[in-house]
Write a protein that binds this ligand. Structure first.
Ligand code: PLP
Length: 450
């Protein structure tokens, strides 16, 4: 008889190849697929992570320039996050969500002090999608309007309402979605949908979009929800002034501006929030991803005036795990790390080094048509020809696959033509160099082969 540890695994040395095959067989029978980047039952199977490196069952290390699912932007298993989780284990993991708990209040205060006035009132959920759903619900109740709008390269999550304002993909075949959700023309300047160029365009995309808003609204439209930089949509960075003009156009119509800063907030773009340098304050801000330092928590923060009016209608917003002490403890530690370890400065330094390498590669390879991004969220767009800008889907997918095999993880977006690099703040400059060497080698192989 085989002795079995209480983990259910056989005792003694385990052959990793065999263990991986067994696990993948088990996954094939019991796990759900339908993931963003792959639906295959194939390895690697990841087993551990620390800082900017993740390790598979075979002991192979990968540089994680995808920050997990973008949630490990402070570094995997940051010791201060682990300590906060441990403290919650020693005190309270879960609480009655109708009563206040210590960790929830502490986190709400930290966030309220970090966000610009009058954004002071927060509540906490478990995923980015649920925070965005709630933000749109608040906007609808506050304005009494229905229609919500989002730029056509946006990603706000895959729950029903969040998917209905996700236009970067992941919709086709999944209708009907929640109604009264429409797309705006995104400020995708590299491929301007109006064939104009900035700044002479004078934000023509916004003027055209709001003609459509006015035409489509049945009464009072409720809100625009936007990322400050469209990450999943292809690292599309709006020109300066776009967000401020968008806010004006919303307010002229009594609509709210919701900024989904879930992926871009808390330092990643080199500023505390993705909208910081725009000199505006949104009506509602959502955060998620590395807010939990690796644990699932999201936040919705708004003003006293909006909170008052919405709560007076009798709206209940809690869910079973809203405001849980475990999640809020991790969130609180995460904010301390962002502030005390100056994550915005780290993001700028990492981004500068990434851009140095990518600029040099762009000079060498015509395949790279555009380089964009802010802070430690950087992307390149690949083209067959720099004049026609025909997207190089196949090359991008091939580069992504080969880099992964060589131990460098990043996302491939827009069907393959955009490569997105998001190293965690824990990454050293040497690790950036190492990752970019891998990319350079693979670019050379792929360019020579074609
Ligand atoms: C900007 C943005 N909003 C919302 C979401 C959805 O978050 P979640 O997957 O936690 O629901 C994501 C996830 O990638 C995101 O990048």
């Amino acid at each position: 008889m085989t002795t079995v540890e209480h983990s259910g695994r056989p005792a003694g040395p385990v052959d990793p190849g065999r263990r991986e095959r067994e696990l993948l067989d088990t996954a094939q029978r019991y796990s759900f697929r339908g993931r963003i980047d792959t639906s295959a039952f194939s390895g690697p199977v990841f087993a551990s992570a620390r800082g900017s490196v993740v390790t598979d069952l075979h002991g192979n290390d990968y540089l994680d320039f995808n920050s997990g699912q973008m949630c490990a932007a402070l570094g995997h298993n940051h010791p201060r996050i682990l300590a906060a989780i441990q403290e919650a284990c020693d005190t309270m993991l879960h609480a009655h969500s109708s009563h206040f708990n210590v960790k929830e209040i502490e986190l709400a205060e930290k966030l309220g002090r970090l966000l610009p006035d009058p954004l002071t009132r927060s509540l906490f959920g478990e995923s980015g999608a649920d925070a965005n759903e709630l933000a749109l619900l608040l906007a609808r109740i506050y304005t009494g309007g229905r229609e919500v709008f989002s730029p056509h390269v946006s990603y706000h999550g895959l729950s029903a309402s969040a998917r209905s304002v996700t236009f970067a993909g992941w919709r086709r075949g999944h209708g009907p979605l929640s109604g009264d959700s429409y797309a705006l023309l995104a400020p995708y300047c590299y491929r301007c949908p109006l064939a104009k160029s900035f700044p002479s365009c004078g934000f023509a995309c916004l003027d055209a979009s709001f003609e459509l808003v006015d035409a489509q609204a049945t009464d009072q439209p409720a809100a625009v929800i936007t990322e400050p930089l469209f990450s999943a949509g292809g690292v599309i960075d709006p020109p300066k002034g776009w967000l401020a003009r968008l806010r004006e156009l919303c307010h002229e119509r009594g609509m709210l501006l919701v900024v989904d800063d879930e992926q871009t907030g808390l330092g990643k773009l080199g500023t505390m929030f993705g909208f910081t340098d725009e000199g505006i304050v949104p009506d509602i801000v959502t955060l998620a991803k590395h807010l939990g330092g690796g644990v699932g928590i999201s936040s919705v923060t708004t003003t006293d005036a909006i909170e008052d009016k919405v709560v007076e209608t009798g709206l209940t917003v809690t869910r079973s795990h809203s405001n849980d002490p475990l999640l809020c403890a991790a969130g609180s530690a995460s904010i301390d790390i962002v502030v005390e370890e100056d994550v915005p400065a780290k993001a700028r330094a990492l981004g500068d080094r990434l851009r140095e390498h990518l600029t040099a590669l762009m000079e060498r390879y015509d395949l790279i048509g555009d380089l964009r991004g802010r802070g430690m969220l950087v992307g390149i767009e690949l083209v067959e020809d720099r004049d026609t800008k025909e997207p190089a889907f196949e090359a991008g997918n091939e580069i992504g696959r080969r880099c992964f095999e060589a131990g460098l993880i990043f996302s491939v977006r827009r069907g393959g033509s955009v490569l997105r690099f998001v190293p965690p703040a824990s990454t050293t400059l040497d690790q950036i160099d190492q990752g970019m060497e891998t990319l350079a080698k693979v670019l050379e192989e792929v360019s020579t082969a074609s």
